[in-house]
Design a protein around this ligand. Structure first.
Ligand code: GLN
Ligand code: ZN
Length: 774
């Protein structure tokens, strides 16, 4: 009998109920009691959605982030929150986002740092540690969830993050070595196992996803140490309990995901746990090796259904592969999605507008669990019991493969015919820059912004009404033009040098292009949690990409017609469009990216021939596409950089190409970034002037650069002196003729009230710098 289970379910709710509840609580519109009721309802809904499984995840639910939950569970709460003698949930939100409900200035604290969860677009709150950190078990939240699950007769499998991964994700606040904390951490995990055993929990899932990265030896040893210690403790418990006949020790399922274990496979197989979960969704070679390495009594959980994409799996193909394994392993075979389903939307059935042909190719969280159950039923009761489901699946897989919607021979030919010259500009930066200077006539320290201006309520309503058909196209265009005109006027009043149109027509920098390019569909409800209450709705890339008509040219030309200053054309780059979409699994990412690159290239050329002199191609998400294994970085960077260059480099020397990136930690990829050869790059400051400067320390960035001098994620207004000072430090590292002055990201989420004084200070700072360097 193969056993079914799941590693985690989306926690935002089918209709983003969690987002609504959280935001109401933060606005003081509901009490914490009410918030918890909403939480309970969402959990119950989720468990009911998973009721066909043998084991249901519990503890995967979170009010903000499961890593922060883990910090609370381990009693590792930063003092700045815990010293305020207040409800735990309010301490929790203060660390999560700086403030909870009802917080006045006095109770706001600085929020914990947020960073991406492995190579996903989910962000977690980084645990903070110092050499003095003490841990203590604080299991109430988890026990409440277990209790609720039991009330509903759920066969609960609690999920926690393992000790080694927890430390690996932490950040030392004092330059100590976090690994030394492991000894102090393990006893708390021992107590936790004990506590769960007392709840009669059968299996606990301990997540150690860092096992798919290339670990240094000390981290591999940490695994040995940690799991040995947990196991010895369990043995001791067992011996003490020999009189209690019913008592059994809790069993540990060690879960790894987001790729193959590679060099850590043997290590993982040898750890003294009761079962191992492998992600075999991309490649299944390790399954057979694991069967060889695992000792007889261990179970093997195979993550056969991809938990990161939105495609139906080829169930017949999987069954052919699974059949002999199932025969060999019997009830020691478990079947599951590859990872938590946190990263996919909840339910395909909610979608009412997707072309039915394409809808038939898709599977969201709910549908993926059905796939797991079909596989198990076929294994346990024979294929004939699910003959219809298997036949439907085979048909869907074949229809997708052969669909004219997917395959566009012109696009495929164009990609095959990409030659190296497509990604080359005619000359080097040094000679281009001279021509650009003559052409653009910009002052020293030119000022600009990153693209978007505040998206007011009015703009959002206008777009929404148009989408719903309540506004006709002519009126809509007029209204957006009005917004553009105001934004241009405002920038002229501020005396910025290079202007933007403000992006009022875009709800999102990727979705906008997804809507206009062939090969993408946009969903209605396919939200995925990005962090806390923030969700994103990635477009689905299903087929060969092409550009039916120009996408931005009219808007940009209109904006240019209103001013004598240069207007920047504003595009999202191919790598970012790729990384922020659900992409195809039937061809390499590289190939999809090249198709997008060719489409963006046409747009760049159209902008240029319409008279636009500066074009910015945002690559906000280039860095996050880096593979988890360092050894795979270069291959990714090679094609990602090539794609950017294909998009950007079809222009004349006089045309200035800008790019923008939302981070400053690119020390380790600065070489690749220089190879993008954009004439100007603007980057995020990431709240740390030091980090920004580190970038320039070892590497001489060869082209022009605009370090973000205005942190747009904060409502604070940067003072003129602060900007001048920062630029003076940068000017020690980079020749001033290559420096630009700009905010560190788009201004979309800000209010005009902050933006105007902040940009005013920025422009004044530029004036002062011009004088002092004259
Ligand atoms: N041009 C985009 C904007 O200004 C860039 C956003 C981003 O980098 N995330 O909004
Ligand atoms: Zn940005």
């Amino acid at each position: 009998m193969a056993i079914t289970h799941n590693l985690g379910f989306p926690r935002i709710g089918k209709k983003r109920e969690l987002k609504l509840a959280l935001e109401s609580y933060w606005k003081n519109n509901i009490s914490s009691k009410k918030l918890f009721e909403h939480g309970q309802q969402i959990r119950l809904q989720n468990w009911q959605a998973q009721n066909s499984l043998d084991y249901t995840p519990v503890g995967d639910f979170s009010y903000y982030d499961h890593v922060l939950d883990m910090s609370f569970l381990l009693g590792n709460v930063p003092q700045r929150a815990s010293q305020l003698n207040d409800k735990t949930i309010d301490q929790y939100f203060r660390i999560a986002r700086g403030r909870s409900s009802q917080d006045s200035h006095a109770t706001c604290v600085h929020a914990g740092e947020m960073t991406k969860w492995f190579d996903t677009n989910y962000h977690y709150i980084v645990p903070e540690v110092t050499q003095d950190t003490q841990f203590s078990l604080n299991p109430k939240n988890l026990l409440d969830q277990i209790k609720q699950a039991k009330q509903h007769k759920i066969n609960a499998k609690p999920i926690i993050i393992g000790p080694v991964t927890y430390l690996w994700l932490s950040k030392e606040k004092d330059n100590s070595n976090k690994l030394t904390l492991l000894e102090r951490l393990i006893p708390v995990y021992q107590q936790l196992l004990q506590t769960l055993a007392e709840q009669n929990i059968d299996w606990v899932q301990i997540d150690e996803p860092i096992l798919v990265t290339e670990l240094a030896q000390e981290w591999q040893q940490a695994f040995q140490y940690a799991y040995q210690a947990l196991n010895e403790y369990r043995d001791k418990q067992l011996t003490q309990q020999t009189n209690h006949l019913n008592e059994t020790s809790i069993k540990i399922l060690l879960a790894t995901y987001f790729g193959e274990l590679g060099q850590n496979l043997e290590l993982a197989c040898q750890l003294p746990v009761d079962g191992l979960h492998l992600d075999v969704s991309q490649s299944n070679q390790e399954a057979l090796l694991a069967i060889e390495y695992l000792t007889n009594d261990k179970i093997l959980s195979l993550g056969v259904i991809n938990g990161r994409n939105i495609w139906k799996s080829d169930l017949n193909h999987l069954l052919n592969w699974l059949d002999p394994i199932a025969k060999q392993l019997g009830n020691k075979l478990w079947i599951a999605p590859s990872c938590s389903l946190l990263h996919v939307p909840v339910d395909l059935d909610s979608e009412e507008k997707i072309d039915l042909k394409i809808k038939n190719w898709l599977a969201f969280a709910q549908q993926k669990l059905t796939e797991v159950c079909i596989l198990a039923t076929a294994i346990n009761s024979g294929k004939q019991t699910v003959a219809k489901q298997l036949a439907d699946n085979a048909e869907a897989i074949s229809l997708r493969k052969n669909s004219p919607l997917v395959n566009n021979p012109h696009v495929q030919t164009a990609v095959n015919e990409i030659t190296p010259d497509l990604s080359q500009r005619n000359t080097t930066y040094a000679s281009r820059t001279e021509k650009q200077r003559k052409h653009l006539k910009l002052p020293q320290f030119p000022t600009t912004t990153i693209g978007s201006f505040p998206q007011t309520e009015h703009i959002r309503k206008t777009r929404l009404k148009f989408k719903k058909g309540e506004l006709n196209e002519t009126t809509y265009i007029e209204l957006i033009k009005k917004e553009i005109a105001q934004t241009v006027q405002q920038q002229e009043a501020l005396a910025l040098d290079v202007l933007v149109h403000g992006e009022a027509e875009r709800n999102d920098m990727v979705e906008y292009f997804g809507e206009l390019l062939e090969g993408f569909i946009i969903t209605q409800f396919a939200w995925v949690q990005s962090y806390g209450s923030r969700c994103v709705k990635p477009p689905i890339l299903f087929g060969d990409v092409s550009r039916p008509t120009a996408m931005t040219v009219d808007w940009i030309n209109y904006a240019q017609s209103l001013t004598n200053n240069p207007m920047k054309g504003m595009l999202t780059g191919p790598v970012t469009i790729l990384n922020w979409s659900f992409v195809r699994d039937d061809q390499p990412r590289e190939k999809s990216c090249k198709q997008i690159a060719l489409a963006i290239r046409e747009e760049v050329k159209d902008l240029e021939s319409s008279g636009i002199k500066i074009i910015q191609i945002d690559e906000a998400a280039l860095r996050e596409g880096l593979p988890l294994k360092r050894s795979a970085w270069q291959t990714y960077l090679n094609w990602a950089i090539e794609c950017f260059r294909i998009a950007a480099n079809g222009v004349k020397d006089e045309t200035q190409i800008h790019t923008h990136m939302c981070y400053s930690e690119f020390n380790d990829i600065i070489n690749a970034i220089a190879q993008m050869d954009a004439d100007v790059i603007t980057i995020e400051n990431s709240r740390s002037d030091m980090e920004l400067l580190n970038v320039f320390d070892d590497f001489n960035y060869p082209n022009e650069i605009g370090p973000g001098v205005y942190d747009i994620h904060s409502p604070n207004i940067p003072a003129k002196e602060q900007i001048v000072q920062l630029m003076q430090i940068v000017a020690e590292k980079i020749p001033i003729e290559r420096l630009w002055i700009n905010p560190d990201c788009g201004l979309k989420t800000r209010q005009w009230e902050d933006v105007i004084p902040a940009l005013k200070n920025m422009v004044e700072a530029a004036h002062q710098l011009r004088e002092s360097f004259a």
